[in-house]
Structures are given as C-alpha cells and as structure tokens.
Ligand binder design. Sequence first.
Ligand SMILES: [Zn+2]
Length: 156
Amino acid sequence: MKRKNRKERCPVQHIERSVLQAIAWHCRRELPREGCGVLLGSSQTHSANPAVITAWTPIANRAINPLASFRFDEAEWIAALYAAERDSLSVLGLFHSHPQTEAYPSEDDITGTAWDRMSYWIISYAPPYSPDSPNVRAYWLNSATNRIVPCPYKLF
Ligand SMILES: [Zn+2]
C-alpha cells in the first residue's frame, strides 16, 4: 500500500450535480437491491485545484444478498478501470445505496472495501428520506487514525 503521499485530512469532495443526480437515479432503478458503481474525474494530484468528480459508471451488484450488501461484478469493475485509463480519468470514489438503512457504512462496507485514496459515497432511501429525496453522504479513510470519517462535499 502506498500511503506516503496521502493527505490525512479529508479533502472536500467536488462533484458535478448531474453526476450526483445520475447515481441517485441509477440506485433508485436498482431498488429494492443496492446499486453500486464508480465515480471518476481527472486526477490532479499535483495541482492546487481539487479533483472534480465529472463522470460515473454503474457496476452490477453480485452480492449474495444484494438487498443488504453489494459486491462489484469483477469483469465490469476491471472494464471500468481500463475505460477510465483510456479516457485519462481516475477513480476518485465508489458509491452504493442503502435501500433500507441510513447513510452510514455498514460492517461489511468497512471490512469488504478498498478504502485507500478514494471517497466512498452512500445513498440512503431510509425514512425520513425516500427514492424521491435520498440522503447522500461521503466518507474517507483517515489512514493516520485508521478511522472512517465523513467528508464534506460541494456540488458544481
Ligand atoms: Zn453499505
């Protein structure tokens, strides 16, 4: 794991409004299953400008119990990585939905996912939220404390 150059403070995540709307729409279509996929943008690690999430790709959920967990389809995940490289994009985050539970990482989310160097987005439809107005939260792994912490985000 290369964690040397990693900023420990959670950076504000920048995401285009249309992307946020699109992933919420995708996850809504997947109901009652959890929807999932990747968030992409230009990598600007050496620039003062923050990276902005400008694109996304859905990935099929192959979890044994897709109603309460998610697991990326491996072939689609690999294809998404190749496509991102071809388009000079970086994977800046992962997203999935919680049809029935709040927008906090579950035990499986914490243990079953690569948290390194990307944000992790959860779209919840649990009351008081709904498919029409979901709750979206972003998270980040602070590798210094090894804790998952909420990330603020800004819409563009
Ligand atoms: Zn989850």
